[in-house]
Design a protein around this ligand. Structure first.
Ligand code: G3P
Ligand code: MG
Length: 242
């Protein structure tokens, strides 16, 4: 199964934001397992680059710049080695997963895809290598760092990508075209009926984050959006896999 198959499997895609971040600690294995159990066809997570003590770069699944909000430690995530981070615990007492851990879980669930958001810079090379080593996982690569996606495109011209937009700008479709993107991911707060008319000209599916109210999701669906990122997949059983 590819990401494009997945896009066509449902007319409205429920994407588990950081797993099921409203129901379990975000970006932890508990959160990803729960999102899969609930029937999300696609899981979103954030990755950043850190180093092992021997200098090997690795991708860690983590959203913030610091570990303060979501763990029992303090400090910049980039200041931790893989080994030091292994000792840190999230609020559910689980360690912070590495990307390989989630890929391992997805290998057991061939109907579920992964939207990997490149949260930090200098991740394009590592993610291209990871995808090459795991060709069986349906992956969508997204980022607010469009230059990072462009670099990724130089290394991998086949894996689907989606530029992310926190705010409206007039050149969204051009950016998506230049990246040969498969989707446009945008903040729900930046979407209006008029703007959707412009985005639909791209012919690409548009997904909005982060939507936890079914009534809001329904309005977006009527405007032509093809799915949402949600912390609460349990509220959207109509659109989930069964
Ligand atoms: O990829 C959608 C969404 O995750 C982008 O915002 O801050 O939750 O990573 P953020
Ligand atoms: Mg994200």
């Amino acid at each position: 199964m590819t990401i494009n198959d997945l896009f066509h499997r449902s007319d409205f895609l429920i994407i588990g934001h950081r797993g099921a971040a409203g129901l379990a600690p975000e970006n932890t294995m508990d959160s990803f397992r729960l999102a899969i159990e609930l029937g999300c066809p696609l899981l979103e997570l954030d990755v950043q680059r850190i180093y092992s003590e021997d200098g090997t770069p690795r991708l860690v699944v983590f959203h913030d710049d610091t570990v303060d909000r979501t763990t029992n430690a303090k400090g910049l995530i980039a200041g931790f080695s893989v080994e030091a981070l292994n000792k840190v615990r999230c609020t559910n007492d689980l360690p912070i997963p590495m990307l390989e851990d989630v890929i391992g879980l997805l290998a057991e669930h061939p109907n579920v895809g992964l939207n990997i958001e490149l949260k930090s810079k200098e991740t394009a090379g590592l993610i291209a290598q990871t995808i090459q080593a795991n060709p069986h996982i349906p992956v969508l690569i997204s980022s607010f760092h469009h230059d990072e996606l462009a670099q990724f495109r130089q290394l991998d011209n086949a894996t689907p990508v989606a530029p992310l937009f926190a705010r409206w700008r007039e050149d969204i479709n051009d950016i998506a075209t230049n990246l040969d993107a498969s989707a446009i991911n945008i903040a729900a707060t930046s979407v209006s009926a008029m703007r959707m008319q412009i985005l639909l000209e791209s012919k690409l599916p548009v997904f909005a984050y982060t939507v936890n109210a079914p009534s809001k999701a329904e309005k977006l669906r009527q405007l032509g959006l093809r799915g949402i990122f949600t912390d609460r997949p349990d509220k959207f059983d109509l659109y989930l896999l069964n």
